[in-house]
Design a protein around this ligand. Structure first.
Ligand code: FEH
Ligand code: ZN
Ligand code: ZN
Length: 355
């Protein structure tokens, strides 16, 4: 009996280019669920995976890329639970052990057994050592990892699982400092930053001040509801303090995480404020006393988000409170999309759609 073939964008060797190739269509067993992919978002972390040196990541090549997935359930293993065949879903991306206390609470992004999974090179999720969603189909280990999306458009749904969820988790982590009259600075208004602006305006009373190096990104920030936007320049800290009556930022959400964004964060933080470093841009900030960080600063390194938060993000989108700015590309144009993202030339989130 011939095995059906499907297409996938795969990393076949470390340091090599992703290639669109054919793979055997997987058949779900046990609790597994097979999802027909309708859209897969492209993330800066995909670039980190693609560019990783051999041995830098605890994954074995070859595997299919893509950890931001929306689609339709097409087949279920005999012990599968969750959404039925035919239901449209998004895939929760952090695949933990499924058994520890964190996973039991839906926080597989903080699985207690991550080190064991890494040691066993089991992969940390779709497109992250396990076959992902830049493909025609994706095999999901369990129905617990699926969230129904109803008739939400696929290009709107897929980015919710990473860009939306990560932005929501970062905002939620700093929620106690986002009271009425507070000021929040969003550094980087790309795939995650623009959704953070929308989530801040939809769920908090804080004044939102956005910073980016691109005029287009500031225009997007304004469309998403930012109260103020400014380009990153040597005097940006003074400009932001001027806009906050000298107090500075109660919260800084740094979606870049690079040297210059963190330098600005330290310069603009209010005493007793919060710094959430979300982006992995290679910057660092010394946490010491006395030091550059103002007294009382709380620093967090939020990572992805929890299943309950993903359900909340999907609900916000289905209520129309969270529209994602996307640029769609055909699956076969994945290399072009990857290079556009690398060049910072994508408005909002790049989303691949099987052609
Ligand atoms: C995923 C996997 C590894 C590192 C970072 C990420 C983020 O894209 C998740 O939001
Ligand atoms: Zn990501
Ligand atoms: Zn776990």
């Amino acid at each position: 009996m011939s095995t059906a073939r499907t297409r996938a964008v795969r990393l076949t060797r470390w340091g090599g280019p992703p290639v669109l190739t054919e793979v055997a269509r997987p058949a779900p067993t046990g609790e597994e669920v097979l999802v027909q992919v309708e859209a897969a978002g492209l993330c800066r972390s995909d670039l980190h995976v693609i560019d990783a040196r051999p041995g830098a990541l605890p994954y074995r090549t070859p595997f299919t890329l893509g950890h931001e997935i929306a689609g339709r359930v097409v087949e279920r293993g005999p012990r599968a639970a969750g959404p039925a065949v035919g239901e449209r879903v998004v895939v929760y991306g952090p695949w933990g052990c499924g058994r520890c206390a964190r996973c039991g609470a839906g926080a597989e992004n903080y699985c207690d057994r991550r080190a064991v999974l890494d040691r066993d090179r089991a992969g940390t999720g779709a497109g992250l050592g396990r076959d992902g969603g830049m493909a025609d189909v994706v095999l999901v280990p369990s129905g617990r990892l699926l969230v129904p999306v109803g008739d939400l458009a696929a290009d709107q749904a897929a980015p919710l699982t990473d860009a939306g969820l990560t932005a929501h988790h970062a905002v939620h982590t700093a929620a106690r400092s986002l009271a009425d009259g507070s000021n929040v600075v969003v550094l980087g208004v790309g795939g995650l930053g623009h959704l953070a602006v929308r989530i801040l305006r939809a769920t908090t009373p804080a004044r939102v001040l956005a910073v980016d190096v691109r005029e287009g990104a500031l225009a997007l920030a304004e469309e998403c509801g930012a109260h103020f936007g400014t380009l990153l320049r040597p005097d940006t800290a003074e400009v932001l303090r001027g806009r906050t009556d000298g107090a500075g930022a109660d919260v800084v959400l740094d979606f870049v995480g690079g040297p210059s964004s963190l330098e600005l964060a330290v310069a603009v933080l209010r005493a007793g404020g919060e710094l959430a470093v979300v982006g992995s841009g290679g910057g660092e900030v010394a946490v010491r006393k006395p030091g550059a960080l103002p007294p009382g600063t709380r620093v967090s390194l939020p990572f992805w988000g929890t299943l309950p938060e993903l359900e909340r993000v999907v609900a916000l989108a289905r209520e129309g409170a969270l529209r994602v700015e996307t640029e769609t590309f055909a699956l076969s144009s994945a290399p072009e999309a990857i290079e556009r993202l690398r060049a910072g030339a994508v408005r909002g989130r790049a989303v691949l759609v099987p052609d």
